[in-house]
Structure formats: structure tokens, C-alpha cells
Design a protein around this ligand. Structure first.
Ligand code: FAD
Length: 278
């Protein structure tokens, strides 16, 4: 790991007081390692925008650098702009700009922004360079993309609209990442593309989550995790070793940093972080 390696941590907004307490305790433990910033999801898993505001406000009250996520599918332009103004007034300088997932039965609303590049464009038009903008990237392709060329075309569009960097969907294949980086380099896409890292904690929820977002779990990894049955301690121990080794390989291949999907728990992320090569 070089001095410049940027490590960030993602949180989701808790829905109740006990969830908030758990998240606050996780943040306190993670803060000891000085992550560059914490990001906070928006609208994912049925959470409301008020949950996101509450989490963002708490992080700011602790003088912690925060990058709120903002999805455009859940907001029309007027709403998106008012949220961005709120963040600007709070002194926030980094936004993770996303499309979000549309419920299967809903139709586009008037003034809706239909893709993330339009949100990036909106931010740049109204806020110039105030915000650093991170967008999503998919080394294993977004489930709606037909092929890698289409994936790259759309990713390139987000960068052309003004994204400063990207965070990837999680994945467990070094080859998928290096192939994606090489394809970006051929298109002269030079923004940092930080791998999103999902620590392995609970195999059943990892399978569910991966099926939903299109992340591939390698067959050998599934067989290994299957072999532990209900032995959660072994799953966690193996997961920490495997994910740390994976991160070290990504960093050796030129990853500019790591973005941990913490799921509001400190231990699984720290177990990986502690194993990174200094
Ligand atoms: P886009 O970049 O708009 O891409 C979506 C799909 O449309 C892709 O297949 C793309 O190839 C295609 N596409 C893109 N532009 C166009 C275009 N102009 N015309 C036609 N097709 C196009 N979800 C949440 O709800 N809340 C969160 O906080 C959240 N945080 C996330 C953080 C990260 C780091 C990642 C990787 C994902 C996150 N997600 C979140 C999930 C994300 O919202 C979904 O993956 C969503 O389906 C796509 O969002 P996007 O910003 O990548 O969309």
C-alpha cells in the first residue's frame, strides 16, 4: 500500500435508534484507521432520504468527511437541486452520483433524470467545481448492459459529463478489474477507478445481494464457503484472509485505493484492512 492509497468506507443510513448506535460505534472503530471519507447511501434498501440526512448530519457533527450518495431516479431535477444546495451549504465537497434502481412497475416522472450522466451534468451545470463527483463503475458489467462496449460507452459518458472518479460495484475477480482498467486506458479514460470491496461476513446474504446486483461469486469460492455450513467463525476467518489477499493483488495491479462496503460493521472491514501490505 502506498502513502497515496485512498481508503474510504460506505455506510447505509440506519432506520432506528439502535441501528444508529451500532453505526456510530462502527464509525468510531473505523475512524482509528483514518479513512479518507465515509460515504452514505441514498434510497437503497427502502431507506428514506431523511435517514440519509440524519446520518450525514451526524457525521458532520463529528467533523468527519462525508460523501453523500444521491440517486436521480428517486428525484426530479428540482428535488435533486434542493438536496445538492443543502449539501453545499453544509460544506460538503464530495458526492457519489448514481441513477439508482427503478422499481419494476414505475414509469419515469416529469423532469426525471434517467441516467447518472444526466445527474453529473446537472451538478456541474449548477455547482461548477464545488463538488468532487464519484460515479459507479462495473468491471463485471451492470445487469442492464448487453456487453462491455455498451458498459464502457455509458461509463465514458459519465466521465465526459464531469465525474472526477469512480467506485466499482463489488467483485471478486482481479482479471475483471484489470481488463476494465485496460479498456478504459484504451479510451483515454484516466479518472481513478477505486474497487468497491465487500468483506465476506454472511454467505447467505452475500448470495442474495450478489444475485440482485449482478456481482459474480466464483464457483470455487462458493464451494469453499458452502463447506463451512453454519460455522460463521470459519466463514469470517476465511473471508478476511481471502478478501485481504484479493485487495493486496488489486493494489499491486494499480488500484488507486479501496472503498469498503462496511454494512455498518467495523470488524469485517478492519480484519481486511489490518492484513493489507503496508
Ligand atoms: P447508470 O450509470 O445510469 O447506468 C445504469 C445502466 O444504464 C447501465 O446498464 C448503463 O450501461 C446504462 N446507461 C447509462 N447511461 C445510459 C444512457 N444515457 N442511455 C442508455 N443506457 C444508459 N443505489 C441506490 O439506490 N442508492 C445508493 O446509495 C447506491 N450507491 C451505490 C454505490 C456504488 C459505488 C455502486 C456501484 C452502486 C450503488 N447503487 C446505489 C446501485 C446503483 O444505483 C445501481 O447499480 C443502478 O442500477 C445503476 O446506477 P448507475 O449510477 O450506475 O446508473
Amino acid at each position: 500500500m502506498t502513502r497515496q492509497t485512498i481508503i474510504s468506507c460506505e455506510l447505509f443510513p440506519p432506520k432506528n435508534a439502535s441501528g444508529m448506535q451500532k453505526m456510530q460505534s462502527a464509525v468510531a472503530q473505523l475512524q482509528i484507521r483514518h479513512p479518507a471519507y465515509f460515504s452514505c447511501t441514498y434510497g437503497a434498501g427502502g431507506s428514506t432520504r431523511d435517514n440519509t440526512f440524519t446520518t450525514v448530519d451526524w457525521l458532520l457533527s463529528q467533523s468527519i468527511e462525508v460523501a453523500p450518495h444521491l440517486t436521480c431516479i428517486a428525484n426530479n431535477q428540482v428535488d435533486a437541486l434542493s438536496i445538492l444546495r443543502r449539501y453545499q451549504e453544509q460544506g460538503i465537497r464530495r458526492i457519489v452520483a448514481l441513477r439508482g434502481d427503478r422499481p419494476a412497475d414505475s414509469l419515469p416522472a416529469v423532469h426525471e433524470l434517467t441516467h447518472a450522466d444526466e445527474l453529473v451534468n446537472l451538478i456541474r451545470t449548477h455547482f461548477a467545481d464545488h463538488f468532487d463527483i464519484e460515479v459507479a463503475a462495473y468491471p463485471e458489467m451492470h445487469p442492464e448492459s448487453a456487453h462491455l462496449v455498451e458498459e464502457l460507452d455509458h461509463f465514458e459518458r459519465k466521465v465526459a459529463a464531469g465525474a472526477d472518479g469512480a467506485i466499482t460495484q463489488y467483485f471478486y475477480s482481479v482479471a475483471a478489474y484489470t481488463h476494465f482498467l485496460e479498456a478504459c486506458a484504451r479510451r483515454r479514460i484516466t479518472v481513478p477507478i477505486v474497487p468497491g470491496i465487500m468483506p465476506i461476513v454472511n454467505y447467505a446474504s452475500l448470495q442474495r445481494f450478489s444475485a440482485r446486483c449482478g456481482a459474480e461469486l466464483p464457483r470455487w469460492l462458493c464451494r469453499q464457503l458452502d463447506s463451512y455450513g453454519d460455522d460463521q467463525a470459519s466463514i469470517r476467518a476465511f473471508g478476511a484472509d481471502f478478501v485481504a489477499q484479493f485487495c493486496n493483488r488489486l493494489l499491486a495491479e494499480g488500484a488507486p485505493g479501496l472503498h469498503f462496503y462496511t454494512l455498518n460493521q467495523a470488524e469485517p472491514t478492519l480484519a481486511v484492512w489490518d492484513r493489507l501490505v503496508a
